[in-house]
Design a protein around this ligand. Structure first.
Ligand code: ATP
Ligand code: MG
Length: 291
């Protein structure tokens, strides 16, 4: 190192070699490589015999904004909910950051799930509780049951909740009852709840299906912002081709439980959508989008 504290090229290379020789860099690289969601030969057959998913093989990297599209019944919710085991798969394995959630039990399952936030079409808020209480509920996984029954959240949790509300521009609503908020605001509270949870992955199942176009935009922009600013991986089920094109970095098309398209948004052409949705559906969607 010279007197200004700069590392010369030779020294830098030596430092890298040293890291390699004691295995540090290797460990670091493998850890980075593990930060993803992996589906290996995943199938789901519901108890009544309906096939939900058929031999899914996917790998989703950290920080991706994945939109899953497909007709009603294609398996979008089944795929999304199998990530955090809201739905138990019948075959195959899903791992998250290198750990099998499929095989996980007890505390291990609890810990893996803590990294995964979930956003639903109907918001899933406790309507009679304040916005703050709803956001704080994202912290439940970090504390003992007794503490949570008594509602004793530490000060740091309250600070986290306020930070989360600031990110979705709702801090002024912190002490308002959740059911006094508009639909879009309620959905942004559920985004704040996932942020307070310190989720590294957010699964959103039709997050804007019950919202008007303007509110839809606000909610999608919030999801995009937290994806870009906090590097939170997004997996979002959407019905709208238009929204998928606008927000996704990668589109996965499902049909009858199978992946029929998987690629970056620029590769998702009109023909791609026709093959996912069928000719008539795509035309309807295009007409709707043009309005
Ligand atoms: N609990 C269940 N029991 C039996 N079959 C189910 C169950 N849940 C879903 N299915 C079936 O599994 C298939 C995939 O359903 P899924 O809900 O994943 O579709 P989707 O793409 O999310 O549809 P939508 O756009 O309507 O939400 C469908 O044929 C559906 O009828
Ligand atoms: Mg669904």
């Amino acid at each position: 190192m010279d007197i200004l504290g700069k590392t010369t090229y030779g020294e830098g290379r030596k430092a890298v070699n040293d890291l390699f020789s004691d295995g540090l860099l290797f460990t670091t690289l493998t850890k980075v490589g593990k930060r993803l969601i992996q589906f290996k030969n995943v199938s789901k057959i519901y108890p009544n015999g309906t096939i939900g998913l058929k031999n899914i093989n996917l790998q989703i990297e950290d920080g991706e904004f994945v939109v899953i599209v497909g007709l009603s019944g294609a398996g979008k919710s089944t795929l999304l909910r199998s990530v955090n085991r809201l739905i138990e798969i019948s075959e195959g394995e899903i791992s998250i950051h290198g750990e099998s959630i499929t095989k996980a039990k007890g505390n291990e399952l609890y810990r893996i799930r803590r990294d995964i936030g979930m956003i639903f079409q109907n918001f899933n808020l406790v309507k009679r509780s304040s916005v703050m209480r709803n956001v704080l509920s994202g912290r439940v996984g970090y504390h003992s049951t007794l503490r949570m029954i008594l509602g004793l959240f530490p000060k740091q949790d309250k600070e986290l909740a306020i930070e989360a509300l600031k990110r979705v521009n709702l801090v002024e609503k912190a002490y308002v009852r959740a059911d006094q908020l508009s639909g879009g605001q309620q959905q942004r509270v559920s985004i704040a709840r996932a942020l307070a949870q310190e989720a590294k992955i957010v699964l959103a199942d039709e997050p804007v299906a019950s919202l008007d176009p303007l509110t839809t935009k606000q909610v999608m922009e919030d999801l995009l912002r937290i994806n870009q600013e906090l590097n939170i991986t997004m997996i979002v089920n959407l019905h709208s081709i238009d929204l998928a094109r606008e927000y996704a970095t990668r589109i996965i098309g499902l049909k009858d439980g199978e992946v029929v398209f998987d690629g970056p948004v620029i590769e998702a052409t009109n023909d791609t959508f026709t093959s996912i949705y069928g000719q008539d559906m795509r035309k309807n969607e295009m007409k709707r989008a043009a309005k």
